[in-house]
Design a protein around this ligand. Structure first.
Ligand code: ADP
Length: 853
């Protein structure tokens, strides 16, 4: 483009002429100052702008003549001002849609702008230089809303869409700062956003932002705005292109989505394609107490449990890199309480049409309860396992198909099988079951499987190491799901070998007890206090009572005891209470029919039933009868023997006298010896007679005053004569006379002295000590002989009792002497006791009351 018109300075004289000239010019002419404000506009210029001269004067060219404004003009103005060289530009007016040809000439402190409307078609069709082609039409197809701004933000061009939407005319906008147009001025926020963006773009930055613009009353639009700086050849920012995409629908969809997301009961979060967190639903924000701004990017990680951070971070990075699904469990802190809860975080990418990731949508579901239940389940499973390992039983778990799922160590130790052995063999346990128990086992197991009832079976199981079978009680219970389906069988094997043995022993002992109870020999009864509460048939038969009597409590052993046995029975009762057992003793029962039955009674008290006594009773009548017969025989025999003996003794004495008279002394020793033997037999017979009298309670006593010292002297002399082997030493005196039977009393001491001599064959002397007190006289007979063992000392006073010691047995005797002695002493109200030391000797002490009571 060339400029042929020379510029010259206007002088005041010529200014009139010049103005007139300018007025007449066919084209519109504007003179603008340095700030591009119109200082002059000719008549044609007024026609183009449609405004009076006064309207346009003082206004920037862009606003005063919006019909002219275009990027091309703007650029040309800028260029002419910079270069101070004339230039021209052709373009289509964005307002009037007519071709304009504008010539620009620099003036002193300003610029002259000459505008020619329309031009040759040929020229119009000629290609225009590249940088002049930037027109709004070119951009129309690309963006719905587009404009060109000066770096200051003044609108140079704008396309139809925004004008139509806002129902404004182009000239109302062109030349005005965009921020002051209707779109942006209604909302201070939007206005500020725009101004800030323009400022940044004019510094060379491409700026993107979202903003709400106002179109007209009641109609706003959400735009995504991009402002791109455009540089000239010198790299100066020549102008800014502003483009807006209507994202109102998207925003509304997003808002709906957010509303929807807020309604989801999970925590929801949305990230950008790069994985950085962008937004969070209300629930998320409420839970964490973080605002969107605080949580954006990686800010949300502050509410993630520190222990989970690196794991979650790498899982998330992996998901973002691979674009696959993301699922992980993590703990999130609750903002208000500070407590962490478990969440299941899941995310999926949302993809665009070409498959590129637009966003990630994530949810975090609270699984704290589930976790707790899982944990509890784990714990309870663990406790079950520990329990299964600690119980003294063998424990096993089998599936419904019969395969083993678990066995405890005890089971494995007993069978010697490992977990691998059992996992594939449902019949593995059969080899351990005793062959005799296998069928029973299978039948019971099948029944349990068929009916779902508990399995219970006693069987012998083989110990793997010893090969020995032990008895076990095997039990199994099914565990079912909610639908009642059997999931597993839980089983135990309890070792009952000991129990079995005890049972067997018990059974045997029970059998023995039964035999005993049923025995017809021993009467057995159980008594509580005096009441007989249970008894066997034998006992009932003995006593004549019926079982009905027993059941109705009509059997009372105290009532069944005759008065003469009462004392002995109570004594026995005492012994039983203190020693838990009773030495058998003889007594009688009064039977139901009033007859008396001699019995031998023993008893025990069981440790576990201290209130119950068990009595054992033997019918003693046969023995008693025998004894009676024996006593009768002794009595009879001694009587029968006494008479011939008396006759024999008499004849011997007579013979002795006759032979003496006849002077036949030669037969005298033989006769004496005969007399001695006869005396011995007579004494034995006398003693037998005494014994049988004592038995019958008919021993007679003749009462007279007896000088005890004289009696004792007489006796010792006699004994000394008959037993010359020992010296009989008498010490002291009693100086007492007693009312007594002289012979019977004499019998006591004769016996004691004879025994003392008899049972001390190696000794030389026996001693008799006599003493007296106010109440009693005491006679002690001491020897240095064989002595009597302790346990025999009580028995030597029993009838016919003799110590069985071989040395004692070698000494002749019939065991009657001390029985008679004790009876006589007792008859006088005295006592007889013995002290003895085997091998050293014995001392018998008789104490007699001085006065008979
Ligand atoms: P026996 O005719 O057998 O002597 P006793 O009734 O007099 O009968 O005595 C009973 C038993 O007591 C005797 O068999 C004897 O074993 C024992 N005995 C009696 N006196 C003495 C004694 N002084 N020393 C040792 N044992 C004696």
């Amino acid at each position: 483009m060339s400029n042929t018109k020379p510029t010259k300075r206007l002088t005041p004289a010529s200014s009139e002429t010049l103005l007139t000239l300018l007025e007449t010019l066919p084209g519109a002419l504007f003179v603008v100052d340095d700030a591009a404000k119109i200082v002059y506009a000719n008549a044609s210029a007024q026609t183009i702008t449609g405004a009076t001269r006064e309207d346009v004067l003082g206004k920037p060219l862009w606003r005063g003549a919006p019909q002219l404004v275009s990027t091309a003009l703007y650029q040309a103005v800028q260029q002419t001002r910079q270069t101070q060289a004339p230039s021209e530009v052709e373009y289509v007016s964005p307002v009037t849609r007519t071709w304009l040809h504008v010539q620009l000439s620099p003036t002193v402190g300003g610029l002259m702008v000459q505008v020619h409307q329309g031009r040759a078609a040929a020229r119009r069709e000629a290609p225009v230089p590249q940088d002049e082609r930037l027109s709004i039409e070119d951009l129309n197809g690309l963006f719905s809303r587009i404009g060109v701004l000066t770096p200051e933000g003044i609108v140079l061009e704008i396309n139809e869409v925004p004008l139509a939407e806002a129902r404004v005319r182009r000239e109302e906008v062109i030349g005005y700062p965009l921020a002051e147009t209707r779109w942006w001025s209604c909302s201070p926020t939007s206005q500020e956003q725009l101004c800030a963006a323009i400022a940044r773009a004019s510094r060379g930055e491409t700026v993107r932002f979202e903003a709400v613009v106002h179109l007209r009353e009641g109609l706003d639009r959400h735009l995504e705005v991009v402002i791109t700086p455009h540089r000239d050849a010198d790299h100066h920012i020549a102008y800014l292109i502003i483009a807006g995409i209507d994202i109102t629908e998207r925003k509304r969809a997003e808002a709906e989505l957010h509303a929807l997301i807020d309604a989801i009961p999970q925590l929801v979060w949305i990230t950008r394609p790069d994985g950085s967190h962008d937004s969070f639903n209300q629930r998320w924000r409420d839970y964490t107490g973080l605002s969107t701004a605080e949580a954006q990017g990686e800010g949300w990680m502050q509410c993630l449990h520190p222990e989970d951070r690196s794991r979650v971070r790498s899982a998330w990075q992996h998901a973002v890199q691979t674009g696959g699904g993301y699922e992980t469990e993590l703990r999130l802190r609750q903002g208000t309480t500070g407590e962490y809860r478990w969440f299941l975080a899941r995310a999926m990418p949302a993809r665009g049409e070409t498959g590129q990731i637009l966003k990630w949508f994530g949810t975090s579901t609270d699984i704290e309860e589930q976790k707790r239940v899982e944990q509890q389940l784990k714990e309870s499973q663990e406790s079950l396992r520990v329990l299964a390992e600690t119980v003294p039983q063998q424990v096993w778990v089998r599936r419904p198909d019969g395969l083993y799922e678990y066995t405890n160590q005890r089971w494995r130790d007993y069978t010697g099988l490992t977990l691998e052995h059992i996992q594939n063999d449902r019949r593995v346990h059969l080899q351990f079951i005793h062959p005799d128990d296998q069928d029973g086992h299978l039948v019971h197991m099948q029944h349990a499987l068929d009916t779902g009832a508990m399995f219970e079976y006693e069987q012998r199981l083989k110990q793997c190491q010893t090969g020995e079978y032990r008895w076990f009680l095997s039990r199994a219970m099914p565990m079912r799901d909610e639908a009642g389906q059997i999931l597993k069988w839980f089983g135990t094997n309890t070792d009952i070998e000991e129990q079995k043995r005890t049972e067997e022993a018990l059974r045997q002992s029970q059998e023995r007890v039964n035999v005993l109870m049923n025995s017809s020999i021993i009467g057995i009864f159980f008594a509580e206090d005096e009441q007989v509460v249970e008894a066997n048939e034998t006992y009932l038969r003995m006593t004549g009572y019926s079982r009905e009597d027993l059941c109705e409590g009509r059997m009372n052993w105290l009532h069944m005891t005759p008065p003469e046995y009462l004392a002995r029975t109570l004594e026995a009762q005492q012994e039983l209470a203190t020693q838990q057992s009773l030495t058998p003793y003889e007594k009688e029962y009064v039977c139901k029919d009033g007859s008396c039955l001699p019995v031998l009674v023993g008893g025990v008290i069981l440790e576990h039933h201290p209130l119950q006594a068990i009595g054992f009773v033997l019918d003693n009548s046969a023995r008693k009868e025998l004894e009676q017969r024996k006593d009768d025989f002794i009595s009879m025999a001694s009587h029968e023997l006494r008479n011939p003996l008396t006759a024999l003794k008499l004849h011997t004495t007579l013979l002795h006298r006759q032979l003496a008279k006849q002077g036949l002394q030669g037969s005298a020793p033989a006769l004496s010896s005969m007399e001695t033997q006869i005396n011995k037999v007579t004494r034995l017979v006398e003693e037998l007679l005494d014994v049988s009298k004592i038995q019958a309670g008919r021993l007679e006593y003749v009462w007279e005053t007896v000088d005890l010292d004289a009696l004792l002297r007489e006796i010792t002399d006699t004994v000394q004569q008959t037993h010359p082997s020992h010296r009989i030493l008498v010490r002291g005196a009693v100086q007492t006379s007693l009312m007594a039977d002289r012979d019977r009393l004499g019998q006591v001491f004769t016996n004691l002295l004879s025994n003392a001599v008899k049972y001390s064959p190696s000794a030389e002397a026996v001693e008799m000590d006599l003493s007296t007190s106010a109440e009693t006289v005491t006679i002690r007979v001491q020897d240095h002989g064989l002595g009597i063992p302790r346990e025999k000392r009580d028995k030597i006073f029993d009838r016919f009792y003799r110590v069985a010691d071989p040395r004692q047995k070698a000494i002749p005797g019939l065991g009657m002497g001390l029985y008679i002695v004790a009876e006589i002493v007792k008859h006088y109200g005295g006592t007889i006791t013995v002290e003895s030391e085997p091998g050293k000797g014995s001392t018998f002490q008789v104490m007699l009351p001085r006065k008979r009571t």
